[in-house]
Design a protein around this ligand. Structure first.
Ligand SMILES: Nc1ncnc2c1ncn2[C@@H]1O[C@H](COP(=O)(O)OP(=O)(O)O)[C@@H](O)[C@H]1O
Ligand code: SF4
Ligand SMILES: [Mg+2]
Length: 334
């Protein structure tokens, strides 16, 4: 899977937000500037036609990665290459629109992301209009109908409004809209997190079918490892802006290495292959404005020692996996 050149390649990607109080307040209250290192030195590739999932608790930087990949945020440093080209350079050039057409994003909340005053026809066709992707009205109607059918709705649904649909159907409308430009790459930021469990499965299945039929490449973001298990080929686990483990799905689920990955896996109810007891996730993500030194996971880690408190673990390769943990590197845990 890692042999062919990846469609998406991210190197040392970093995003820092300046969250300082306004200048006058800082002077009066004698405060210094404050920064959040939302994404801190991420590197990964996504092979064509495959799904990389990014998981981690809320605030770990997943959405910030998503936004950088589709060009909604500029990276503070590092790069994103799409099909071999540096996205930042392409987005600053006359070829920006052509690149934007090739990648689309699906957001978490299908209620908030669809304009309630627009018909489904208007919503789904907006990207087609933006990119001038049709010539005649007949062609336009046929294409909108096709897109709706591709996600399990009907052409007749195009005359309706979002409120006439359920949550799962609305998310299908969002997917149809994302497909309108015939993208190769879809960034899905918690696409099913707002939906009931039974509906989640339907939407995930539609996404998988579309991937197979159209050769789509996905970045799939979720805080839920159980969901990721259905849809991913490779999984990256994020903690406080850093990638702590990256592995093929089967490897990660049968042989998790990083203590944080183990903690997330232990919390999944119906995982039966390891015989481990289920135990809820321990502790909370620390304040990102003041992250712990050394390994930022050390306050929650059962294997932490003095080195963990002092020294940030560098990522190293174990077979096709990548992990950043002193205990794994030292062979303290296997
Ligand atoms: N636009 C922004 N301005 C300032 N801080 C932000 C902004 N977006 C995200 N953050 C901060 O960056 C960190 C990562 O956020 P986010 O990428 O949304 O995480 P996740 O999607 O994993 O929940 C959080 O601490 C969040 O408060
Ligand atoms: S580096 Fe240390 S604290 Fe961090 S995950 Fe590994 S054992 Fe735990
Ligand atoms: Mg998010």
């Amino acid at each position: 899977m890692t042999t062919a050149s990846p469609l998406v390649e991210v190197r040392d990607l970093t995003k820092t937000f300046d969250v300082s109080a306004p200048w006058l307040n800082r002077v009066i209250e004698r405060k210094t500037r404050q920064f959040v290192h939302a994404v801190d030195g991420l590197s990964f590739g996504i092979a064509r036609g495959t799904t990389l999932a990014l998981v981690g608790e809320s605030g770990c930087g997943k959405s910030t990665v998503a936004r950088m990949l589709v060009g909604l945020y500029a990276p503070t440093s590092g790069s994103v290459h799409f099909d071999g080209e540096d996205s930042a350079k392409t987005l600053a050039s006359s070829r920006a629109a052509a690149l934007r057409r090739r990648m689309q994003m699906i957001f978490q909340d299908p209620y908030a992301s669809l304009n309630p005053r627009w018909t489904v026809r208007d919503i789904v066709s907006e990207p087609m209009q933006e990119h001038a992707l049709f010539k005649t009205k007949d062609e336009f109607e046929a294409r909108v109908g096709e897109l709706l059918q591709a996600v399990g709705l009907t052409a007749a649904d195009m005359a309706k409004y979002p409120h006439q649909f359920s949550g799962g159907q609305r998310q299908r409308i969002s997917i149809a809209r994302a497909l309108a430009t015939q993208p190769e790459f879809l960034v899905c930021d918690e696409p099913t997190s707002a939906l009931d469990v039974s509906v989640q499965a339907q939407v995930l299945n539609i996404m998988k079918d579309l991937q197979r039929a159209q050769g789509l490449t996905y970045l799939f973001i979720s805080h839920n490892l159980a969901v990721v298990r259905h849809v991913s080929d490779r999984v990256g686990v994020m903690y406080l802006g850093r990638l702590v483990e990256l592995a093929d799905k089967a490897d990660l689920f049968t042989r998790p290495r990083h203590p944080y990955t183990r903690m997330l896996l232990d919390a999944i109810p119906d995982i039966h292959m390891s015989g481990r007891e289920r135990s809820p996730v321990q502790g909370e993500v620390p304040n990102p404005l003041d992250p712990p030194g050394g390994c930022s996971f050390h306050p929650r880690c059962p294997h932490a020692n003095a080195r963990c408190q002092a020294e940030r673990p560098a990522a190293f390769e174990v077979g096709a996996a990548m992990v950043a943990c002193h205990a794994v590197q030292e062979g303290r845990i296997g």
